[in-house]
Design a protein around this ligand. Structure first.
Ligand code: SAH
Length: 254
């Protein structure tokens, strides 16, 4: 059987308990070496075979999985963050299905959650915004036209932009074109939860200059929107003493 496992954003103790247990039992581990913290491999057993998928094609990954399956071995396919976000897992799962190889998916802490924890930030502040848009600039993988950065920027929601650290001038331009003011708060989180993590608070306009100053070229998330400043919000209704909830009677009803 193949277990597709989310490794979490970086810190090795941010994998789930289930993910760690799967790593401990695995006969074969195929990990995304470009982004997964190699410290996670220390959970493996002595005879476990390890492959770095950064140097492999989909065909090669599937061949390793198929061989392991023939030998009755258990494989962990370790993806950074949570596998459901830019994980390229659908194509793997389809190949496994075609070959009748059973698989499941173990979630992980996505880097967009890791980045919020690094900044001690709540993405969804009452009265500021109640939505998070997860997207990317088009790179080698195209982004559908209707999902342009400018069109999302028009919502003024919190945006978390993956895979775009190399295109920050263009990103700022698109964000401003879409309606964010040049001085809208923004942040760059480099290697969230890793030991060499860096967080930079800046503005939409100064994204590129800030990244250059800190020499950040990859493995970063760009956060944009008024929520990044973490002010101007309203208290939640959930914990307001006046309001009655399903679990608690509020003073407002007296
Ligand atoms: N599935 C992953 C994302 C993979 S795409 C997840 O859920 O996080 C790879 C991109 O994710 C990188 O280019 C970078 O933009 C972002 N990323 C991954 N780990 C990161 C980290 N620890 N800190 C900041 N960005 C990270």
């Amino acid at each position: 059987m193949v277990h597709i496992v989310g490794a979490g954003p970086g810190a090795p103790d941010l994998i789930t308990v289930r993910g760690k247990e799967l790593l401990e039992r695995a006969d074969v581990i195929i990990y995304a070496g470009s982004l997964v913290n190699p410290a996670l491999l220390e959970y493996r057993k002595a005879q476990c075979q390890v492959y770095d998928s950064a140097k492999m094609t989909l065909e090669e990954v599937i061949a390793v999985m198929a061989e392991a399956e023939r030998e009755g071995k258990m494989t962990v396919r370790l993806h950074t963050g949570d596998p459901c976000i830019y994980g390229a897992i659908r194509e793997q799962m389809d190949e496994l299905e075609e070959r009748g190889i059973p698989y499941d998916v173990c979630p992980g802490v996505s880097s967009f959650c890791g980045a919020a924890s690094s900044l001690k930030m709540e993405y969804t502040l009452p009265k500021v915004t109640q939505s998070v848009i997860i997207t990317r600039m088009a790179g080698r993988t195209p982004v559908p036209e209707r999902e342009s950065i400018a069109s999302f920027a028009a919502h003024g929601a919190t945006m978390v932009i993956f895979l775009s650290t190399g295109m920050l001038d263009q990103l700022s331009e698109e964000l401003i074109k879409g309606g964010y003011l040049p001085d809208t708060p923004a942040a760059i989180v480099y290697k969230a939860t890793w030991e060499d993590e860096k967080t930079i608070n800046c503005t939409v306009e100064s994204l590129s200059a800030s990244a250059k100053r800190e020499n950040i070229k990859k493995t970063a998330l760009i956060l944009v929107g008024n929520a990044v400043a973490q002010n101007g919000y309203e208290r939640s209704k959930l914990y307001d003493p006046v309001f009655t909830t399903e679990y608690r009677k509020g003073t407002g009803d007296d």
